[in-house]
Design a protein. Structure first.
Length: 150
């Protein structure tokens, strides 16, 4: 059983207005087209290239993904090196209500050019599939009662 995050004793669980996952990308237009095709909503004012700057997508209430060009991502992480393509230190997991919704998002991802890493279906941890976006970032789509989304 998970315990509450209690960084401030006596004050209870930390309440966040928003969490943002930042991922490095190579091409803003390609990433914008990909995530829009998945059905995510871009937020923010449009930049000179016609896509929001910074490029962010609302994934769910309180969770955004910010896609940062690789050069700019280096500024964000300081003197640390980016992981090479194909090395995965982060898995973004999306929980959906039904198997059909998992299948639909996986189909959208494939249609938008994702690499399907795990075909949607019954896995040891529940009904799920996984894909890599155009920059190789891994996303798992699971039925919300699965192990990783409970």
């Amino acid at each position: 059983m998970l315990r509450e995050l209690n960084l401030f004793p006596g004050e209870g669980i930390v309440k966040l207005d928003r969490a943002t996952v930042c991922l490095p990308i190579e091409d803003r237009l390609v990433s914008h087209a990909f995530y829009t095709a998945l059905g995510f909503v871009a937020v923010g004012e449009l930049g000179d290239d016609g896509v929001p700057e910074p490029l962010q997508f609302e994934i769910s209430v309180g969770l955004r993904v910010m896609l940062i060009p690789a050069g700019g991502f280096g500024w964000v992480i300081g003197d640390r090196e980016r992981s090479p393509r194909g090395a995965h230190e982060c898995l973004v997991v999306i929980g959906l209500a039904t198997d059909a919704e998992v299948d639909e998002l996986m189909r959208r991802a494939q249609d938008a050019g994702a690499e399907i890493v795990i075909e949607a279906g019954s896995q040891k941890w529940g009904y799920a599939g996984a894909f890599a976006d155009p920059d190789g970032h891994m996303w798992q789509v699971s039925r919300a009662d699965g192990f990783l989304t409970q």
